[in-house]
Design a protein around this ligand. Structure first.
Ligand code: SF4
Length: 56
């Protein structure tokens, strides 16, 4: 199961460059993680200032 970004996201973009497989993109004013691309590495989690990125 992939990591995901919840509704707390403020669309700051801080996580974008942390992802080694570029799974994070913007959609409808929030960041989203493409579940099919995410390799579940967890590198993005600590980059989020509002702790909106969750593991599983
Ligand atoms: Fe990218 Fe790793 Fe975060 Fe998945 S867990 S979105 S692969 S940085």
């Amino acid at each position: 199961m992939a990591h995901s970004i919840n509704d707390d996201c403020i669309n700051c973009g801080a996580c974008d460059d942390s992802c080694p497989v570029n799974a994070i993109s913007e959609q409808d004013g929030k960041r989203v993680i493409d579940a099919d691309t995410c390799i579940d590495c967890g590198a993005c989690v600590d980059t989020c200032p509002v702790n909106a990125i969750l593991g599983h």
